[in-house]
Design a protein around this ligand. Structure first.
Ligand code: ZN
Length: 69
């Protein structure tokens, strides 16, 4: 799935924002607003997990160095 094409949640039709720059956020077929990120997009969930993971790692390293042994 490329970034340029977004799938409509209501009619499942692919929308290409570059084709109609006037209404990027509206579906070409049914006219409903398109989602900014697709809910089934696994990349957004994975990037959130990586961010949370690194925050937890930094917290653990900080606590290991900061707290007395
Ligand atoms: Zn649609």
């Amino acid at each position: 799935m490329t970034k340029s094409s977004r799938k409509c949640l209501y009619c499942q039709s692919e929308n290409n924002p570059s084709k109609n720059k006037a209404n990027n956020d509206l579906c070409n077929n049914c006219g409903m607003t398109l989602p900014k990120k697709h809910p089934k997009d696994k990349h957004s969930k994975l990037s959130f997990f990586i961010k949370a993971f690194w925050i937890i790692v930094m917290f653990c390293v900080f606590m290991v160095l900061y707290l007395p042994r």
